[in-house]
Design a protein around this ligand. Structure first.
Ligand code: SAM
Length: 203
């Protein structure tokens, strides 16, 4: 499969070149959201993690007894996460996901925000197909009103809540889709408004 427009190469290059530095940072803002997400799942549920970065969330999910497939699009980041976790983290680009009803849940913290806007519906549809019926899906995005780059040259799709709802709707049928707002400090040391989306796969 060619990468085409589905991957922002400059963004991926950033993570490939800064994997160790990124892993050295601690981001704790999603801890409560991860706990709430896991509370919706049966014990030992299978979770696909996309864009896992250094594997901090993976470690938490594994410690709680979940069956996690951790992945990241940067081979260097996947290596760092593999060392941290003591188990293999696969290199997987979002648009390479091609499974059907394989997971009870998908966790995608602060990574789908790098998907070019015209490609997001396709990636969401892949996630929808990979989920089992009523599977739970979490993702977070930096809020805004159109795509652009930060000072580190990383691309962001910067969605509004309305745009996200419309894009999720194109990708598949979801139940109980909720969007919460919050703020986090990113790797660029800037405060960003975030949108946290949780949805269940509908029939
Ligand atoms: N989820 C981790 C966290 O919360 O710390 C990492 C978030 S980091 C901001 C974004 C991650 O998405 C990076 O590890 C990067 O390599 C990965 N990524 C970027 N574009 C990707 C793509 N097209 N496919 C898969 N992973 C990608």
């Amino acid at each position: 499969m060619t990468r085409g427009a589905a991957v922002d190469e400059e963004t991926l290059q950033f993570y490939r070149g800064n994997a160790e530095a990124y892993a050295g940072r601690t981001f704790t803002s999603r801890q409560a959201r991860l706990t709430a997400f896991l509370a919706q799942l049966p014990p030992g549920a299978s979770i696909l993690e996309l864009g896992c970065g250094a594997g901090g969330d993976t470690a938490e999910m594994l410690a709680r007894g979940f069956d996690v497939r951790a992945t990241d699009g940067s081979p260097e980041m996947a290596d760092v996460a593999s060392k941290h976790l003591g188990r293999t983290v696969e290199t997987l680009l979002f648009h390479e996901l091609d499974e059907i009803e394989a997971y009870d849940a998908v966790w995608a913290n602060a990574c789908l925000l790098h998907v070019p806007r015209p490609e997001l519906a396709d990636v969401l549809a892949r996630i929808w197909r990979a989920l089992r019926p009523a599977g739970v899906f979490y993702a977070s995005y930096k809020e805004g009103d159109g795509g652009g780059r930060d000072t580190l040259n990383r691309y962001y799709n910067y969605p509004s809540p309305e745009w996200l709802r419309a894009t999720y709707a194109v990708a598949g049928s979801w139940n109980a889709l909720s969007i919460e707002s919050g703020e986090v400090i990113g790797f660029d040391d800037k405060m960003a408004s975030m949108l946290f989306v949780v949805a269940r796969k509908g029939g």
